[in-house]
Design a binder for this molecule. Structure first.
Ligand code: CA
Ligand code: CA
Ligand code: CA
Ligand code: CA
Length: 398
């Protein structure tokens, strides 16, 4: 049965001795200053009880093995005082980056040869809380589509604390103005030892209401005193084409004189789209029906970019005095959406025709005087009143 004795050898090192095995284990905090004494081989192996002072004056130790290889450089044995001192700074995170226990093992040979014995010396390097939680990719914004499903988890940060155990990552807090996300972060430890933090979507996003928001995250280790690190992450809500263009009026009315010149632009219609980028790029068009005579080419056209409606052919009040133009605004989304409005164009009469008179003489007979020039209309109608027929009046050249 092994008998271990725990002794305090300094403020940051303790020793366990197994006399039967000639084994000593020192528990040493990492980062002790070079020159710090962690033990004494003569005292800790109880050599005074085996050898006289004169014999001890002739002995010395030799390091036969060291594990891991190369770790012999961290200790120095003073063969006058028999003290074991730190010869090189020990960084636990560098010596044993992924091991909860960090143990250096040495086999010592007692010399000279006639006193030869083997001793085992171990140094367990204890962690101190010398690292703070550190976030990576601090300036990289995170993107989420506004139509993402509720329950979607967005990776917002990755944090690492090189310390392990109690001095490693322990707890996380967030504050955020991102209304759609649950502020309590979900965590996942990666193979690298870092911890990935995610926020879960708890309600539907709407880019048109909130296009970007931010989350501030604190990560705290379990040390005493604890260390904390923080980061601020921007979350950008990417647009989806979920809004159609909307005209600024449900309908438009416009009056144009019938003699307006071809090429004249007489009305501009405007639509807006709450989406972003190509999802809000609007193309205007006139629907291909609606001016009353589908077989005729429309006398109107619309500028697809500006929404200006212009005349591309003559209009004639006497032929058609009202036109109903359905106008369309279509966005540029992959699955485009459209909005509609209607333009009523009233053609106004101008004095572009000489007077014409149509007189219905009989069911079969129709006389048209057009144009009537140098005709005494008063006399014409008074003669009709006296019973003269039109033929007679024409013969008389009234
Ligand atoms: Ca540490
Ligand atoms: Ca730490
Ligand atoms: Ca749109
Ligand atoms: Ca949108």
């Amino acid at each position: 049965m092994l008998a271990f004795v725990g002794l305090m050898t300094s403020l940051f090192a303790t020793v366990s001795v197994s006399a039967a095995d000639r084994s000593v284990t020192y528990f040493v905090a990492e980062e002790l200053p070079v020159g710090s004494t962690i033990g004494n081989v003569v005292a800790d192996f109880a050599l005074e009880r085996r050898y006289s002072a004169s014999t001890l004056a002739t002995v010395y130790f030799e390091v036969l093995t060291a594990k891991p290889p190369g770790c012999a450089r961290y200790l120095r044995l003073d063969n006058e005082s028999w003290n074991i001192v730190i010869a090189e700074r020990m960084d636990r995170e560098r010596l044993c980056p992924n091991d909860l226990r960090c143990v250096l093992s040495y086999t010592l040979a007692l010399r000279p040869l006639d006193l030869f014995q083997l001793f085992n010396l171990k140094v367990e390097v204890l962690d101190i809380n010398d690292h703070v939680p550190t976030f990576s990719d601090q300036l990289v914004p995170r993107h989420v589509l506004e139509t993402a499903d509720i329950g979607t988890q967005l990776v917002v940060a990755t944090v690492l604390d090189l310390d392990l155990g109690a001095n490693g990552l322990d707890r996380y807090e967030t504050t955020t103005d991102c209304a759609g996300f649950d502020p309590r972060p979900l965590t996942r430890r990666l193979s690298s030892g870092a911890v990935e933090l995610r926020l879960r979507l708890r309600q539907q996003l709407d880019r048109e209401t909130q296009a970007r928001c931010s989350v501030v995250i604190w990560a705290t280790d379990g040390g005493s005193p604890a260390n904390s690190g923080s980061t601020r992450v921007e979350i950008i809500v990417d647009d989806a084409n979920d809004n159609p263009p909307v005209f600024d009026a449900d309908s438009y009315e416009v009056w144009i004189p019938e003699d307006v010149a071809v090429g004249t632009c007489f009305l501009g219609v405007t639509a807006s789209d709450r989406d972003d980028g190509i999802n809000a790029m609007i193309t205007y068009s006139l629907e291909t029906h609606g001016w009353g005579e589908p077989e005729r080419k429309s006398p109107f056209q619309i500028n697809s970019d500006s929404g200006l409606i212009c005349l591309q052919d003559n209009v004639d009040f006497e032929q058609q005095s009202v036109y109903l133009l359905p106008v369309l605004a279509t966005d540029g989304g992959a699955e485009s959406l459209s909005g509609r409005s209607a333009v009523t164009v009233y053609v106004q009469d101008v004095n572009d025709n000489a007077p014409s008179i149509v007189v219905q003489v009989s069911v079969r007979q129709r006389l048209v005087f057009s144009p009537i020039k140098n005709t005494n209309l008063h006399k014409f109608f008074s003669e009709i009143g006296r019973g003269l027929t039109c033929q007679k009046l024409l013969a008389k050249k009234v």
